[in-house]
Design a protein around this ligand. Structure first.
Ligand SMILES: Cc1cc2nc3c(=O)[nH]c(=O)nc-3n(C[C@H](O)[C@H](O)[C@H](O)COP(=O)(O)O)c2cc1C
Length: 217
């Protein structure tokens, strides 16, 4: 017998969407809830069992404004290019919705009640092993955090655009040179009912058996 209600755990994982539009910008997020979620997320795998991941929570309006400016510095051009691409290609509605919601977030980023910045101490080296170990030791925890928050009614979106202005963001956050920001998660209670699963290709199309491109069945 399964230890968990699989319908519920599968639904949590499949519907933890990147929330950019349905954010309640008026409701503060209790820090103790976020701390509990970080305790949960810290159980994710970490290479060499080295506990060198950190979390920076930002609710100061001036710092949020500064980080939103970092995000917009590159994000505005980047997303405008996306808007043009969607127009030119007459892209499907999924891509159109992603671009629209990304533009919405760009405009409202400074208004979110909290920004969560996962950090890993150190800098990645250029070897495949070094990169895989560095990012692989921190990104599972970020995803766990997104799910833990989502199950408590708090939506987040994984974003990285502010890192085009990494140095400016480091100065705003008082970060030393020898730590690495992994992402910037705007966080807010989400409005409306739940989410439907993200559109993704089915497993049999993206999974191989024993050898590259050998289908599973
Ligand atoms: C590494 C990474 C960086 C991302 N950076 C951004 C970003 O800067 N801004 C943004 O709006 N979304 C960003 N996203 C979110 C993706 O665009 C998102 O996964 C996509 O919209 C699909 O949404 P879904 O997972 O809810 O289906 C990022 C996602 C990842 C994994």
């Amino acid at each position: 017998m399964a230890e968990f209600d699989l319908e519920q755990t599968d639904r949590l994982m499949m519907t933890t969407k990147q929330v950019r539009k349905r954010l309640d910008l008026t409701r503060a997020i209790p820090i103790d809830v976020v701390l509990r979620c970080i305790d949960v997320a810290s159980r994710a795998p970490i290479g060499g069992n080295m506990q060198i991941n950190r979390w920076l929570l930002v609710d100061d309006p001036d710092i949020k404004q500064g980080l939103a400016e970092c995000y917009r510095a590159m994000g505005t051009d980047y997303l405008n290019a996306g808007v043009e691409q969607v127009k030119a290609a007459g892209s499907d509605s999924v891509q159109k919705r992603v671009v629209e919601s990304s533009v919405y977030l760009l405009d409202h980023l400074h208004e979110v009640p909290m920004m969560i910045i996962p950090i890993r101490m150190g800098r990645p080296d250029n070897t495949t092993f070094g990169q895989a170990t560095f990012w692989g030791s921190v990104t599972p925890g970020v995803w766990s955090l997104q799910m833990a928050l989502r199950s408590r009614g708090i939506g987040t979106a994984w974003t990285t655009l502010h890192l085009y202005e990494e140095q400016r963001a480091c100065t705003l956050l008082g970060l030393p040179d020898d730590v690495t920001q992994i992402a910037l998660l705007p966080a807010a209670f989400y409005s409306g009912d739940g989410f439907s699963p993200s559109a993704r290709r089915p497993a049999h199309e993206i999974t191989y058996l024993n050898s590259w491109r050998q289908p599973v069945s």
